[in-house]
Design a binder for this molecule. Sequence first.
Ligand SMILES: [Zn+2]
Length: 277
Amino acid sequence: MWPMFRARPARSGAALRVAAVLSGVVGLVLGAVPADAAPDPGNAVRGPEVAVGRPGRDRPVVQWDRGGGPRQMARGLPSPPGWYVAAFGTRTPSKVLYLTFDDGPVPGRTDGLLRLLDRYDATATFFLVGYRAAANSGLVRQIARRGHAIGNHTYTHPRLTDLSSGKVANELRRTTRALGSAQGGCMRPPFGLINSTVARKALDQGLQPIMWTNHIEDWRTHSVAWHTARLGAATKPGAVILAHDTNPRSIKAVARMLPEWKRAGYQLKAIPACRTT
Ligand SMILES: [Zn+2]
């Protein structure tokens, strides 16, 4: 379902410093990372490579055509340069994490995750698939009522970059209709596949594209310990972590990390651009 990522290790000094600070969390779980898997996918936001803006222009420049293709994803670079600054502004130095869960809602899984997040006073962002949301409207309302943010993940989960711009617009519009007032002003393209046409259609509908800085590779079969290790390695201020609430192992991994994050002083928050209030 997902193209393979080849994870690349983070080598920046900042990343290493943060890793040192977090050794309490990371040290607990890094032991479970297989030798061939790097702890950082290499798509974390990097300072100088991110185009923040051009002189005389207000809007940040996002290079939507420079990321999100299968070839880029295979190199571990799914996120177009500039997307983070466009969505969040400057990356926070505070201990804040943005957990994101794609492809739900799924009865029996999403609701269990909601109870778990409640126990730790944690909020997250759910990128819902329209057809699943339409079939589980009670679950959609529950996500919103518990203070989480909801984003548009299209209606049928297609590869948007393969569709005409009219069909892209329709996928987003149908989902907005299914989610109603629960939906915030954001979307995530399935498979991370985005280009400037898709981005324009999303922004035209008031939906800010949200990619990720780290993923836990849970579209592939790994152990709970493996996913937990990925979460530990992703723990850095302002990280946007991609997971799937369709995968019970991901939920178990989050359950293991929640007390660790609490101990390390991390707050789990919903993405501001996706919030309705
Ligand atoms: Zn998806």
